[in-house]
Write a protein that binds this ligand. Structure first.
Ligand SMILES: N[C@@H](CCC(=O)N[C@@H](CS)C(=O)NCC(=O)O)C(=O)O
Length: 211
């Protein structure tokens, strides 16, 4: 099994976390989707020019939620999708919330501008950070209400929902404003405290990941 991804990508990290939790061994092809030119043939793998892409014995798959479900369904190891229909629906709902409403403000506005761009010496747009933070509160509030009594986002055990949100929360809280925003949500803060201690999160840290 091979993953094509960019080491700084939250979406590629979600797939890498699932591999770490199952566990599944994989090969890695580094592709920076923001750089020109893309590697030859990459658009045939992903016409929307994003990462990650999975290749498994000739089967090519893009879209992270499809990849993580495939990894969970097709490989042995820890089961990462709840059996109960309501918990499973909750898992799907949380993944949809973070993809639809969380990724852009939390990662591309707050993290990218406050942390990534300043690290690269690129211009930081404070207005992007402000609007990103504003939009993030609604997402944090929704996740706070949905966090289960056992400290997981869906059901009573680790699921694809936790693994989908964690890399985005890691980036969001790398910005001081993100960390301060999360502190207002006690259930979600406790969830994040537990998640950030997991081996799968630590071993997929973009800063130390070499592929
Ligand atoms: N819907 C896609 C989103 C993947 C995505 O946006 N990946 C980012 C990196 S974290 C990317 O490739 N961005 C390139 C771009 O926006 O041009 C998925 O779930 O896999």
């Amino acid at each position: 099994m091979t993953l094509h991804g960019y080491r700084h990508s939250v979406y590629a990290r979600i797939a890498r976390m699932v591999c770490a939790e199952k566990p599944i061994a994989y090969g890695w092809v580094e592709v920076n989707p923001f750089a020109e030119p893309l590697p030859d043939g990459f658009l045939a793998l992903h016409p929307f020019r994003r990462v990650p892409v999975l290749e498994h014995d000739g089967f090519v798959l893009y879209e992270t939620v499809a990849i993580t479900r495939y990894l969970d369904d097709a490989f042995p190891g820890a089961a990462l999708q709840p059996a109960d229909p309501r918990d499973r629906a909750r898992m799907t709902q949380i993944i949809a919330i973070i993809d639809s409403y969380g990724y852009w403000p939390m990662v591309r506005q707050v993290f990218s501008h406050r942390v990534f761009r300043s690290r690269l010496g690129e211009p930081v747009d404070e207005a992007q950070i402000r609007t990103g933070l504003q939009a993030s509160h609604k997402v944090l509030d929704a996740l706070e209400r949905l966090t289960g009594p056992d400290g997981y986002l869906a059901g009573s055990a680790l699921s694809l929902a936790d693994l989908h949100v964690a890399p985005m929360m890691a980036y969001f809280t790398a910005a001081a404003e993100g960390q301060a925003a999360l502190a207002a949500y006690p259930q979600l803060s406790a969830w994040w405290e537990a998640m950030r201690g997991r081996q799968s999160l630590r071993e997929t840290d973009p800063e130390s990941f070499t592929g």
